[in-house]
Design a protein around this ligand. Structure first.
Ligand code: NAD
Length: 417
């Protein structure tokens, strides 16, 4: 399904496009193309069978002109340096789009968490944290969850970091369990942000969430919560999928029941109340109002973009659409809410969590949701207004904001010495 373009090539192509429209100085453009720091590590892990396995990992810190580095950690068998660099770059733009004081980073470990025990994952996480010790920290670089990492992973990072420093430092990581200083509503914040931005798009198009048909690719943290929140707002979830397969039901799927099934069976596949099973390829091309890719990169490409029937695409995942597919979708009049806007609710809530830990003042769930709503609605309006003003796409408008704000920060900071 690929355009044979890597996530890093996509990210660099997007940067070039923004640089051209912004008429960016070549020095700043060159600076933004490369991460400020890249650390690769070999992580030895004691496995349950007594043997030792060595895993490759990295942390990429892109730009910190607007504040400390911030970004998730991904555990996946296909993680590589190019992908993590692209994800770090997108974090830089994303934080600027929602105007929170962070730079962009990302981490990854090449492993298959599905075949590893909790003990092995704990050993891996603690050793990886230990190897990043001098590069992360509350004022330096603050990790968070991403694909196949969760609040438990963050708890291990917090504990390892704190043990080495000698005292408890909850602000070294976000996405922690609430009892350890985590934020009420952080787990579903990315999805809440996706649905807020979809609702803003619906308003602009004169459509309503009630009875809108929704298709979601990926039924993990982002996908499941997006389904749940959209269903609570009256939308009909007609298709969902995961890495194994997809299910379809035009009368609407109940997200909680599908999740229960997935917990027992390990996949959405085989859910008895669905009308039929479908492939991921079919799922993306279903006739629907809203399509939410919430899995991995490069899912909507030039080979399937023409067949997409959704009126709105809300990118829960990072980098799900290639530049060639972008062109086709724009031509078709699809309203696409780009990743660096649509899924920015996660890092926004992480910012609330970090602030909460620094001040030791706990926010309530209504406070979190209200603040999230305010920031996401404002960011959507900023991007939408710029899109209208420049007569461009939502993607380009978001890139202009993200890249432009970082370039401005770099100009003001100047270059030392
Ligand atoms: P997750 O590990 O909880 O879920 C990933 C889901 O994708 C799983 O259901 C998995 O089965 C499915 N999947 C994997 N490969 C697939 C494929 N080829 N086809 C269909 N489904 C597939 O991860 P998540 O945290 O929900 O992250 C999903 C996406 O959202 C990623 O792109 C991530 O970078 C992005 N994102 C996550 C957050 C966050 O707060 N977790 C924030 C911003 C963006």
């Amino acid at each position: 399904m690929s355009d044979e373009i890597t996530p890093l090539e996509v990210a660099l192509e997007q940067l070039d496009l923004a640089a051209e429209v912004l008429d960016l100085e070549s020095e700043i453009h060159a600076f933004l193309k490369e991460p400020k720091r890249t650390l690769t590590v070999s992580i030895p892990v004691k496995m349950d069978d007594g043997g030792i396995q060595v895993f490759w990992g990295c942390r990429v810190q892109h730009i910190d002109a607007r504040g400390p580095f911030k970004g998730g950690i991904r555990y996946h068998p296909c993680v590589d340096l190019g992908e993590v660099t692209a994800l770090a770059m997108w974090m830089t733009w994303k934080c600027a789009v929602v105007d929170i004081p962070y730079g962009g980073a990302k981490g990854g470990v090449c492993c298959n968490p599905k075949t590893m025990s909790q003990t092995e994952l704990e050993h891996l996480t603690r050793r990886y944290t230990n190897m990043l010790l001098d590069f992360i920290g509350p004022k330096r670089d603050v990790p968070a969850p991403d694909v196949y990492t969760d609040s438990q992973t963050m708890a291990w990072i917090m504990d390892t970091y704190s043990r080495f420093k000698g005292y408890s430092i909850p602000e070294c990581v976000t996405g922690k369990p609430v009892i350890l200083g985590g934020l009420e509503g952080r787990t579903e914040a990315t999805s809440r942000g996706v649905i807020i931005s979809v609702r803003e798009a619906l308003k602009r198009l004169g459509m309503k969430m009630k009875n809108a048909t929704v298709v979601i690719q990926g039924f993990g943290n982002v996908g499941y919560h997006a389904a749940k929140i959209a269903a609570e707002m009256g939308a009909k979830i007609i298709g969902v999928s995961d890495s194994k397969s997809g299910i379809f039901d035009p009368t609407g799927l109940n997200p909680q029941q599908v999740l229960q099934h997935k917990k027992v069976e390990g996949s959405v596949s085989g859910f008895k109340r669905a009308k039929r099973e479908i492939t991921n390829t079919e799922l993306l091309e279903l006739d629907c109002d809203i399509l939410i890719p919430a899995a991995l990169e490069n899912q909507i490409t030039q080979s399937n973009a023409e067949n997409i029937k959704a009126k709105i695409i809300g990118e829960g995942a990072n980098g799900p659409t290639t530049p060639k597919a972008d062109e086709i979708l724009t031509e078709k009049g699809v309203f696409l809410i780009p990743d660096i806007l649509a899924n920015a609710g996660g890092v926004t809530a992480s910012y609330f969590e970090w602030m909460q830990n620094l001040t030791r003042e706990q926010l309530t769930l209504p406070e979190v949701n209200q603040k999230l709503q305010r920031i996401m609605t404002r960011a959507f309006a900023d991007v939408y207004n710029l899109m209208t003003e420049k007569e461009t796409s939502m993607r380009t408008a978001a890139l202009l904001l993200g890249v432009g704000r970082n370039a401005e920060a770099m100009r003001l900071l100047g270059l030392w010495p």
